[in-house]
Design a protein around this ligand. Sequence first.
Ligand SMILES: *[C@@H]1O[C@H](CO)[C@@H](O)[C@H](O)[C@H]1NC(C)=O
Ligand SMILES: *[C@@H]1O[C@H](CO)[C@@H](O)[C@H](O)[C@H]1NC(C)=O
Ligand SMILES: *[C@@H]1O[C@H](CO)[C@@H](O)[C@H](O)[C@H]1NC(C)=O
Length: 327
Amino acid sequence: MAAFLFGLLLFAMQSPPVPSSPARSSSAASSLLPPPPPPSADDGGAAGRPRAPPPRRPRPSHHHPPNGTAQRLPDIVIIGVRKGGTRALIEMLSLHGGVAAAESEVHFFDWESHFQRGLPWYLSQMPYALPGQLTVEKTPAYFTSSKVPPRLRRVNPGAKLLLILRDPTERVLSDYTQVYHNRLLKHKRHRPIEEVLVLKDGGVNLGYKALNRSLYYVHMQNWLRHFPRDSIHVVDGDALIRDPFPEVQRVERFLRLEPQIDAGNFYFNRTKGFYCLRDRGRERCLHDSKGRAHPRVAPDILHKLYRFFHEPNRRFFELVGRTFDWN
Ligand SMILES: *[C@@H]1O[C@H](CO)[C@@H](O)[C@H](O)[C@H]1NC(C)=O
Ligand SMILES: *[C@@H]1O[C@H](CO)[C@@H](O)[C@H](O)[C@H]1NC(C)=O
Ligand SMILES: *[C@@H]1O[C@H](CO)[C@@H](O)[C@H](O)[C@H]1NC(C)=O
């Protein structure tokens, strides 16, 4: 049953990019949405890996940013995890008037082609923020890339980091599903999930990247070598979907934001089976469809995965001093 999941859509959703707060409050909003540059030929295209939308240029020369705003290094970086609910998290955080969010995934620290463009380019990807607003960017691949933490620390040692995680087995299935759909679109062959997950000798396939991404303690150890524990807040992605408001309040507290988001910002959509957002009177849902159903996985393989993650999970709980309700 867990395998077929009720869609867990928030994660598969194809929502429009998050406009920054100044954009929403400005009549010149459209001037903040210039055409995207051509995609760069770069290092992000490992087989089957989904691409982030190409980053946007800051502004065309004939438009002015809203008065009094500036592009600044992010105060907050949502570092992951892929398929953990990062889009939902940044959308919910954008409900707060004190937050300005970058529109698309920046991939500055993990893609060489972006990193080599240097800090001015990174800054140009940031939203225009009013004085006092916190700037946030999200790139879910940061969490699992070992070169990111030292790079991020060098540039932005005071950043507050948000990491949203969900049950590691569900995350693997969701990851597989996304890659599967991308390959389907490109008319590429894909292997059935059982074949990817389990080796011929019956062991779990450690070489499968999606499985590695769910070894949260491995990646967390790497981050903790460069950032203090108290600069990283872990968001419970499963809880965020079930009941977003309490999780979002925890995030507000961690960021020392004035409590502004309230229960009225969320309403349950029975048709979807998920929460939608009410943003200054405008209703928006985070996903257009029922999302992608996960592949059906034979129960014995599912249980093999649950068992496999038991020890890595325990090590992660120990690292962060908190347990999560994972299989
Ligand atoms: C923004 O600033 C410019 C130059 O200072 C000024 O001409 C313009 O009227 C201002 N626009 C708004 C909306 O305040
Ligand atoms: C998992 O990924 C980490 C970080 O990229 C790497 O150091 C480790 O060797 C990988 N483990 C396996 C079993 O592939
Ligand atoms: C609820 O979800 C359905 C199905 O996705 C959608 O058509 C409808 O517009 C949503 N209603 C509200 C009020 O969000």
